[in-house]
Design a protein around this ligand. Sequence first.
Ligand SMILES: C[S@@+](CC[C@H](N)C(=O)[O-])C[C@H]1O[C@@H](n2cnc3c(N)ncnc32)[C@H](O)[C@@H]1O
Length: 336
Amino acid sequence: MSEEISPQKILETGMSFWTARTLLSAVELGLFTELAKGPADLETLRQKLGLHERSARDFLDALVAMKLLEREKGVYANTPETDLFLDRAKPSYVGGMLEMASARLYAHWGHLTEALRTGRRQGENKESDDVFAALYADEKRLEGFLAAMSGGSAGPARAIAEKFPWSQHESFVDIGAAQGMLPATVARAHPHLSGAGFDLPAVKPIFERYIARQELSERVRFLCGDFFTDKLPSADVIVMGRILHDWDLMQKRMLLAKAYESLPKGGALIVYESMIDDERRENVHGLLMSLNMLIETPGGFDYTGAECMEWMREAGFSSVRIEPLVGPTSMAVAVK
Ligand SMILES: C[S@@+](CC[C@H](N)C(=O)[O-])C[C@H]1O[C@@H](n2cnc3c(N)ncnc32)[C@H](O)[C@@H]1O
C-alpha cells in the first residue's frame, strides 16, 4: 500500500520561520550566555533579559520544546550544544552567524519574492553594486559580519586543518580571510606553517586583534589588498573560502586565474563552499546559499563540485579533486 500522504511537512516548512526567529531572538538577547553562568528560574531570567511578563514563560518553554534549553523543577539550563556553541564567552561560539542573520538576513529574506522576480539584490544600499563598501560602511556591521564569518567557517577550517596534507607545505595565504578563523585554526594545528590573511584594509585591525588574542601574530600576518585590482600574494597554498560564490562567472574565473598565477609549481589551491551536489537535488543548504547570494550580491551564485573542477582545469590546474568537509561544505583542491 502507498504511504499515507499528509500536509505536515508542507505546513512545518512554511511555518519554520517561527522556530528560526525564536532562536535568533534568544541569541540576540544573550539568553544562552546568561545561562552558561548557571541555571536560573523564570523570574530571574525574565529580569536579567528584560522580558515582558506576558512573553517570558512561552518563549523559554518553546525553547525547551525545541530542545535548545532544558528545564528541571522550574529551573532553566542550556543543553550541552547551546552551552558550547551559543555562549559568547567561549571560543567555540558560533552565534556570530545567527546574530548577523538576526540583524540583517532575516529582514533581507523578507524580500525574496522581489529578488526572484527582478534578479536584484535586496541587502543594504540596494542601488549600489559595491556590496562590501555598503556592508562595511558601518563599523558595527563590519564587526558583526566578520564575526559571523568565523561562526560559519569554524567547522570547515577544522576539517581543512585535519584533511589537507599540510606537512608537504610551508606557507599559506587565505584570500578574503575575514576575522581570520581559517588561518588561526590551520596555524594552531600545524606549528611548522607560516600563514597570512589577505583582505580589504577595513578588515586589518579586526583580523590583527583576533590573531593576537590567540598568540599567533608571529606566524600569521595580515596582507591588505583588493583581489580585483591587486595580484594575489604568493604562498605554497592559497585558500579561498566562500569567496567565489559572492561573484559572477567572469569574476570567479578571473580569481581562479589569479590564484594559478600566484602559486609556485606544485602549489595548491583550496576552494571551500557549501558546494551543490552535481545533480542539484540534495544539498539544500548549498542551494539556499545560492538564493542568499541572489539576495545579497549583484551577480553571485553557488555551484557544484563538477563546475568548480571544470573552472579550475580551465585556469590551468592539472590535478583537481573534491573532498567533503563537514555538513554541507566541501573543498575543491587543485594542484598547479
Ligand atoms: C563571504 S566572506 C568569506 C570570509 C571567509 N573566507 C570565510 O569563509 O568565513 C568574503 C570575504 O572577502 C573579502 N573581500 C571582499 N571583496 C574583497 C576584495 N575585493 N579584495 C579582498 N578581499 C575582499 C571580504 O572582506 C570578506 O572577508
